[in-house]
Write a protein that binds this ligand. Structure first.
Ligand SMILES: Nc1ncnc2c1ncn2[C@@H]1O[C@H](COP(=O)(O)OP(=O)(O)OP(=O)(O)O)[C@@H](O)[C@H]1O
Ligand SMILES: [Mg+2]
Length: 316
């Protein structure tokens, strides 16, 4: 199962003079969960929109299941399912009516559509709310109906664009479990997120995207190797404190490799956290800085992003 269902080469998109996607090349293998991990504005939605044939690329190529985008968009649409970042549902219609509408968009109808709607409602755990108006749903339930709509025509490849943003923890849990179930049933998933934890939990492989460029790509182990054996020491000073001015004051400590300020936190790359901890605490105290808490982290995808960009995934 190592052949690709999707391959892009030097894919680009400009909005006027601004190039939002600056030549992206990657493949998604059949049966895997591939995450595009990147901060706000990185170009995730623009990339997904081009691959979903909703937005014409300005350059480069993309092929899905041997069909070229955008020339063979009709065939591509049969293969892909889309769960867009913005929820698209009719509030005054019930869940079932919304799904019927989407089914018609995919040329489905009759008894086959009815049966399939029952199946996808079951899959997203909303059978008991099927005949309630969507306006009575929580954000998480709306998301799940959106996912159900994307699954209606049994796509081989599902695009999910930040499907857990702004929803309750229970719905989030359910969605993450569902993504893994879909993969286990043989579906391929291209998942975008700016949550490091989600990319870590879900992904077989990860592409890290920043400022319209793919800056790293590989399995999680491959990406973490980019950071080496370093550990991360994260000092929290508490809200209201801007750590920017403190960064250089900690680089002089023996064993501290790099120091980055991320909002109210100072993130230190170190060889061995326990060895440098006393020096770090002493330095903070001599500077009159109050440390609220300290985390010691093994290499993770956040550390990879920090290592590659000098910024955190969520520092604006
Ligand atoms: N229609 C548009 N016109 C002009 N600029 C746009 C348009 N859509 C997106 N952009 C810009 O392109 C860049 C990439 O946007 P995109 O929505 O693809 O990012 P994203 O990674 O999906 O971000 P988010 O995590 O916030 O959803 C941003 O700088 C954005 O402001
Ligand atoms: Mg987006």
């Amino acid at each position: 199962m190592s052949d690709s269902i999707l391959t892009t080469k030097d894919l680009r998109k400009s909005y006027g003079d601004f190039e939002a996607v600056k030549g992206i090349s990657f493949s998604v293998l059949r049966g895997e969960i591939f995450s595009l991990l990147g901060p706000n504005g990185a170009g995730k939605t623009t990339t997904i929109s081009m691959l979903s044939c909703l937005l014409e690329p300005s350059g480069g190529t993309a092929v899905i299941d041997n069909h070229t985008i955008p020339q063979e968009s009709t065939q591509v649409r049969q293969v892909i399912g889309i769960v867009p970042q913005e929820i698209a549902l009719y509030e005054e219609l019930t869940a079932r009516q919304n799904l019927t509408f989407w089914g018609h968009m995919y040329d489905m109808g009759g008894k086959a559509l009815k049966t399939r709607i029952d199946e996808v409602l079951e899959q997203v755990n909303l059978t008991d709310r099927a005949d309630d108006k969507v306006k009575s749903f929580s954000g998480g339930m709306k998301r799940r109906i959106n996912i159900a709509a994307g699954l209606l025509h049994k796509p081989q490849l599902l695009f999910m664009d930040e499907p857990t943003v702004g929803i309750d923890p229970q719905s989030r849990r359910r969605i993450l479990d569902m993504v893994k179930e879909l993969r286990d049933q043989g579906m391929t998933v291209l998942y975008t997120t700016h949550y490091m934890e989600e990319a870590e939990e879900l992904s077989d492989r990860v592409g890290i995207i920043d400022n319209g460029k793919l800056i790293a790509l590989g399995t999680q182990d491959e990406l973490k190797k980019l950071v080496g054996k370093q550990e991360t020491l994260r000092l929290h000073f508490g809200e209201g404190h801007q750590a920017n001015g403190d960064a250089t004051l900690f680089t002089q400590i023996d064993g501290v490799l790099t120091t980055t300020a991320v909002n109210d936190q100072l993130v230190l790359s170190v060889n061995q956290a326990t060895a440098v901890l006393p020096g770090v605490v002493a330095q903070a105290s001599s500077l009159g800085l109050q440390i609220r808490s300290i985390d010691i982290e093994e290499p993770n995808l956040e550390a990879v992003f920090l290592h590659l960009t000098g910024r955190g995934l969520r520092d604006g």
